[in-house]
Design a protein around this ligand. Structure first.
Ligand code: HEC
Ligand code: HEC
Length: 327
C-alpha cells in the first residue's frame, strides 16, 4: 500500500514536471515563432485614385471583414473581449496608424501573405482569406484604405491565455503566414455575376474560420465557448449539413443580412456586419457555389483553378533585382 502511494505520488510529480516543461517550451517556441522572419518578396500595389477603383475598394473593405476588426473609418477596434483572458484589438490603419510608413509592397505583404513589413507574421488577421485577391481587387482595397483621413486610433492588442500561446508555439494553432502558399499566383479576374467561379472567389473569405476545405470545426485559437464553425463544403447540402436549412438563395441571402437562421435563432460568431454587406450578386453566387453538385467544383478554396498554377506573379523574384522587405 505504502509503495503504491509512493508510486502514485511519483508519477503525479513526473506528470507535473512534464506538463510544466511542455508549457514552458511551448511558450518559448511561441516567442520564437512570432518573432520569426518570413522572407517573401511581394509585388508592390498600384495606388489608384479613380472613382470606380475607390468604390470597388469601399465595397471590399465593407464586405470582406476589414470593418469588423478595423472599424468603418479604419481607426481600429476591439473585436474580441471574452473577459477570460482573450482580448484582441485591430490596429488603426489610417495614415497616422501602423501603416504610416508603408511602402507599396508592404500592403501586399500584410494583406495577402500575413507578413508585416518587419518580416514578422500577423497573429490574428485572417490573411489566408485574402491571399486569393486578384491584383485589381488588392489595388482597389489598398487605394480605398489609403484615402482614409488620418485619425487617432487603437494600437493592436493580442492578449491570449497561456494555453493558447502554448498551442501556438507547438504548432496546433497556425498563423496565417504558415497556412498560406506564398508561391501561388494571384487569382485571375472572374467576371461579376451569379456564377460558380465568382461564388468560389467570394468563398475565400470563409476559410479563416471554416477551414481551407470549408469542412468547419473548432476555430483554431478562438475562445473555448465559441461554437464550432459549420461544415459548408460545396455539395453537402443533401448530407444534412447546416446548408440544408437554406432551400433557396433567398433564404441564404436573408441569413447573411439578418444573422439569423430561417427559424429565427441567431447564429454566433459569424461577422455579419461584413457578410450583410455582400451584394446580392456575390451572395447569390456564394449560394450557387456552396450548393454545387459534389465533384463539380474543387473544394480547396485556397487553390482555385483560376490561379492554381505556381508562378512568380504574386511575388517578385529574389536576388539582386528583387524588392527587399525593410528590416
Ligand atoms: C479578424 C479580424 C481582422 C480582419 C478581418 C482584418 N484584420 Fe487587419 N489586423 C487585425 C489584427 C488583430 C492586426 C494586428 C496584427 C496581428 O494580427 O497580429 C491587423 C493588422 C493589420 C494591418 C497592419 C499590420 C502591421 O502591423 O503592419 C493592416 C494594414 C491590416 N490589418 C489591414 C486589413 C485589411 C485591409 C483587412 C480587410 C481585407 C483586414 N485587415 C482584415 C485583424 C483583422
Ligand atoms: C469569424 C469566423 C467565421 C467566418 C469568417 C465565417 N463563418 Fe460561418 N460560421 C462560423 C461559426 C462559428 C458558425 C457556427 C455558428 C453557430 O453554431 O451558432 C458558422 C456557421 C455557418 C453556417 C451555418 C448557419 C446555420 O444555419 O447554423 C453557414 C451556412 C455559414 N457559417 C456560412 C459561412 C459563409 C458562406 C462564410 C463566408 C462568406 C462564413 N460562414 C464565414 C464562423 C464563421
Amino acid at each position: 500500500m505504502k509503495r503504491w502511494i509512493k508510486w502514485t505520488a511519483g508519477s503525479a510529480l513526473l506528470l507535473g514536471v512534464i506538463v510544466v516543461a511542455t508549457a514552458a517550451s511551448g511558450l518559448y517556441l511561441a516567442e520564437q515563432k512570432r518573432n520569426r522572419y518570413i522572407d517573401i518578396k511581394p509585388r508592390p500595389v498600384a495606388y489608384t485614385t479613380d472613382a470606380q477603383t475607390i468604390e470597388r475598394g469601399r465595397y471590399l473593405y465593407a464586405s470582406r471583414g476589414c470593418t469588423d476588426c478595423h472599424g468603418a473609418q479604419g481607426t481600429g477596434r476591439e473585436f474580441v473581449n471574452d473577459g477570460k483572458g482573450t482580448r484582441i484589438v485591430g490596429p488603426n490603419i489610417t495614415p497616422t496608424g501602423v501603416v504610416a510608413r508603408y511602402q507599396p509592397e508592404d500592403w501586399n505583404s500584410v494583406i495577402r501573405h500575413g507578413v508585416k513589413p518587419n518580416g514578422r507574421p500577423v497573429l490574428v488577421m485572417p490573411s489566408e482569406d485574402y491571399n486569393r485577391f486578384t491584383n485589381e481587387d488588392l489595388n482597389a482595397l489598398v487605394s480605398y484604405v489609403r484615402q482614409f483621413p488620418p485619425k487617432e486610433g487603437a494600437q493592436a492588442v493580442i492578449d491570449l491565455p497561456h494555453p493558447a500561446w502554448v498551442l501556438y508555439g507547438l504548432g496546433a494553432i497556425p498563423d496565417a503566414a504558415s497556412r498560406i502558399d506564398h508561391q501561388l499566383a494571384p487569382s485571375r479576374p472572374t467576371a461579376a455575376g451569379v456564377t460558380l467561379a465568382n461564388g468560389q472567389y467570394v468563398a475565400n473569405m470563409c476559410i479563416g474560420c471554416h477551414g481551407a476545405d470549408l469542412s468547419g470545426g473548432k476555430i483554431p485559437g478562438a475562445p473555448p465557448d465559441w461554437p464550432a464553425a459549420a461544415d459548408i463544403r460545396p455539395g453537402t447540402h443533401s448530407a444534412g449539413t447546416a446548408l440544408a436549412r437554406y432551400p433557396n438563395a433567398a433564404s441564404f441571402v436573408s441569413m447573411l443580412r439578418t444573422g439569423k437562421r430561417p427559424d429565427g435563432t441567431p447564429i454566433q460568431v459569424m461577422p455579419f456586419e461584413s457578410l450583410g454587406q455582400l451584394s446580392d450578386v456575390d451572395a447569390q453566387a456564394l449560394y450557387l457555389y456552396l450548393n454545387a453538385p459534389p465533384g463539380s467544383v474543387k473544394q480547396e478554396v485556397g487553390s482555385t483553378t483560376a490561379g492554381g498554377q505556381k508562378s512568380s506573379a504574386n511575388t517578385v523574384p529574389s536576388g539582386p533585382g528583387g524588392l527587399k522587405l525593410p528590416g
